[in-house]
Design a binder for this molecule. Structure first.
Ligand code: NAD
Length: 305
């Protein structure tokens, strides 16, 4: 069997188009423009790239983007004051504080200072609790993107055996709650799981969020299963030659050994081009949702959990 490759890039483009449609309707019918504020503290190069990409995608979807760049030595109190200002700003419907924050800042304190209804990352403790108890919440973008792809591929997920590998607060745990919400039978596997291959072999749906290149082997996968690979790992790729400075070129791979898995799975997401593009699309989706909820308008269809 050769797996169907789930085109995350194409699907993310569809989601972004849907978001743009909702944005147009909000503007034309209600005079509203959804606004996303992104706060970056310091000069972490990866964070700068993410923040730039988020701002660009926000504007492309017809929304307002507010970028706040603060020095690495910004006192915690100043950051909290900015968050408070954004909480009160009616033009801002979503607030995202880019992580990681510098060490002198308590990330939990800052995240939990965001108005939970503007918490488009879904990391506020109240949103974690809402998701865990099946209430309407802001859902973390990466697992929301995985759920959308799974629903799109399967229709209903009810009754399926799902194994999530990884128990982080940003991917593994919320993913498990979302699958449970769609009536899957869910197992969360992690670094202490006994017989991981045996556990994965039970699954109709495997979500790998570990951060270990190519860890999940093809012979761990039940024939026909759907495999969602969240991992983003940069590895050396000597076959691509060397850079000008003599260092070996690199490439991105997932947590799943794609070549062996694609011969067994029914469907699989590639890396890159799978889960990654869905994350930004879901950030835009969450911003539109937050804007609609703030104005007591109906939820935008197909963009929420
Ligand atoms: P994390 O380091 O916080 O958590 C990793 C989890 O994997 C832990 O819960 C740990 O128990 C588990 N684990 C570690 N070694 C294991 C092993 N040998 N067997 C079984 N489980 C093991 O990572 P994270 O933030 O959840 O991210 C996971 C991966 O997903 C990373 O590669 C990250 O880059 C990627 N990621 C991608 C996106 C995206 O947009 N596509 C978003 C977030 C994270």
């Amino acid at each position: 069997m050769t797996a169907q490759i789930i085109d995350g890039k194409g699907f993310a483009a569809e989601v972004r188009q849907k978001v743009a449609g909702h944005v147009t309707r909000l503007r034309e019918e209600h005079g509203l423009t959804p606004g996303l504020a992104v706060v970056l503290v310091g000069e972490d190069p990866a964070s700068q790239v993410y923040v730039r990409a988020k701002g660009k995608a926000t504007v492309e979807a017809g929304m307002e983007s507010f970028e706040h760049r603060l020095d690495a030595d910004t006192p915690e109190a100043d950051l909290l004051a900015l968050v408070e200002k954004l909480n009160k700003d009616p033009a801002v419907h979503g607030i995202l504080v880019q992580l990681p924050l510098p060490e002198h800042i308590d990330s939990d304190l800052v995240i939990n200072a965001i108005d939970p209804d503007k918490d488009v990352d879904g990391f506020h403790i109240l949103n974690v609790g809402r998701l865990g108890t099946g209430q309407k919440s802001m859902v973390p973008c990466t697992p929301l993107g995985c759920l959308m792809m799974l629903r799109h591929h399967h229709g209903t997920l009810s009754g399926k055996e799902a194994v999530v590998i990884g128990r982080s607060n940003i991917v593994g745990k919320p993913m498990a709650h979302l699958l449970l919400g769609d009536s899957c039978t869910v197992t969360i596997a992690h670094s202490r799981t006994q017989d991981l291959p045996g556990v994965v072999r039970r699954a109709d749906i495997v979500v790998a969020a570990v951060g270990r290149p190519g860890m999940v082997q093809g012979d761990w996968i039940k024939p026909g299963a759907t495999v969602i690979d969240v991992g983003i790992n940069r590895i050396e790729a000597p076959e691509r030659g060397t850079n000008e400075d003599g260092s070996v070129k690199t490439r991105l791979v997932g947590d799943v050994d794609f070549d062996s898995a694609k011969d067994v799975a029914g469907a699989i997401t590639p890396v890159p081009g799978g889960v990654g593009p869905m994350t930004i699309a879901c950030l835009l989706a969450n911003t539109v949702t937050a804007c609609a909820r703030a104005n007591r308008l109906p939820e935008p269809e197909g963009l929420t959990a």
